[in-house]
Design a protein around this ligand. Sequence first.
Ligand code: FAD
Ligand code: UDP
Length: 395
Amino acid sequence: MNTDLVVVGSGLFGLTVAERAARELGLKVTMIDRRPHLGGNAYSENEERTGIEVHRYGAHLFHTSNERVWEYVNRFTQFTNYVHRVYTRHQGEVYPMPINLGTINQFFRAAYSPGEARELIREQAGELAGTDPQNLNDKGIQLIGRPLYEAFIKHYTGKQWQTDPKDLPASIISRLPVRYTYDNRYFNDTHEGLPVDGYTAWLERMADHPNIDVRLETDFFDDSQEFSKDNVVGQVPVVYTGPVDRYFDYAEGDLSWRTIDLEEEVLDIEDFQGTSVMNYPDEDVPFTRIHEFRHFHPERDYTRDATVIMREFSRFAEKGDEPYYPVNTSEDREKLLAYRDLANGESSVLFGGRLGTYKYLDMHMAIGSALSMVDNKIAPHFTSGAPLTSGGVDA
Ligand code: FAD
Ligand code: UDP
């Protein structure tokens, strides 16, 4: 087999490993993906009629405070100065999101100062004062009090995860900032922006190296192809970024994932909602949010005759669906521990990325974790013969 390393999956984790292994370590890399394109879920393409860039697997916003990751991604693309802001439409009224002083004052029809708003939320969250909530429901109430939680979080989360918020980890909601100022930026990170000439141009540049052989429409579990699991494991080191349960043929049971159905529509108007993302937190609306892609690139000269919108519906993934988000219930966490043990026993196979570690990873986290895997596992193996045992799943 004329390759030094097989990378399964060409998402940002696989791309980062492949790029570093080829450019920095001089290895010959074969990267396979079962999809007809590279880039994983960050892939985008221009909608045919309008030319508007559409993120095929749901809207992707790049943001990071990790200087190493920022320097690394800037080798492959420049970023626009886009700053993400989200609005949410509750009972016929539009509020700024994440919850900030503007949201609080609009919701309570008030003009509270930051101190007054804090005091109000403290009272409303009083039922959970002094506790350390481990589940999303209690954490949400503790952060913003019950009335705001019930308006903006409870049903949105219910629709998005189809799991009782009491069974979801508190960490999901901790991702969303709550601010006692009028700052309505969605992210707190130092760096933020969108790739100037689109995600796909960025992702393709990462793989553009003579030592990287990309094979699309190639499934790791298809034994008829050269780089299948049966053909390569034990022969060549492998970095696997597909679902960890699938790798072990679901031996410890299925991990639960959430998938999303994206309904795209081209409308013959210039502007549908005046912003890139509108959330729908009410129970009687079946989708969670609507994206309008033209607003991600106000600097581009898009047509004024039409716009592209995408409604996002969330549901549990069945076999055959794309596994997007780990649900991560306590049962899942037990199964994951069992899979980690199995992964520890798998020599010369490293597990990484959102699917391979069953972790909610943003793009910058997937890239950062891939850079660490190269530093800590792959480089020592190829430069000084350190054994390539993962120490399990990259945890
Ligand atoms: P992926 O991109 O999922 O890549 C895995 C690849 O493995 C896929 O291409 C898949 O086809 C391939 N694969 C799987 N099984 C096999 C197999 N058997 N054989 C061959 N190939 C296989 N991050 C942000 O930073 N900002 C955002 O706004 C954001 N929004 C998101 C919205 C959605 C709906 C989703 C799902 C994710 C979002 N993310 C966002 C996260 C971002 O997509 C991930 O961080 C990133 O994709 C992680 O890269 P990865 O390589 O781990 O996984
Ligand atoms: N969330 C919510 N209401 C909102 C936005 C977010 O309840 O209007 C909760 C929901 O549980 C979601 C989590 O906050 O899963 C994280 O939101 P984020 O927008 O980061 O989710 P993602 O874009 O990754 O799906």
